[in-house]
Design a protein around this ligand. Structure first.
Ligand code: ZN
Length: 92
């Protein structure tokens, strides 16, 4: 599914329809010094298997997406969930 880079939609801060810049929310890289990540790396060291079992089978073939909408008038951002799609392209 293709979504334009800029859409006209409701801004809850301006309380009216304005132009919004669209981008897709991506997963941030793991912080290497956070407590959970240090614990994970320590448990993974040496012999033995994974601390948690790896998921091999997936029931769903698609993923839900989250769009970040940035208002061009006030500059504030809000998010919108997007229905399940195999592939999402913003700005094409
Ligand atoms: Zn606004």
């Amino acid at each position: 599914m293709k979504i334009p880079k800029q859409i006209n939609t409701y801004c809850p801060f301006c309380r009216k329809h304005t132009a919004h810049k669209v981008r897709q929310q991506r997963k941030n890289p793991a912080r290497s010094l956070s407590w959970g990540q240090r614990q994970f790396l320590r448990v993974q060291k040496g012999y033995g298997s994974q601390p948690r079992s790896e998921q091999r089978t997936f029931a769903k073939t698609t993923k839900k997406a989250t769009l970040i909408l940035e208002c061009t008038e006030c500059g504030k951002k809000h998010v919108r969930s997007w229905p399940r799609t195999k592939r999402l392209r913003v700005g094409e």
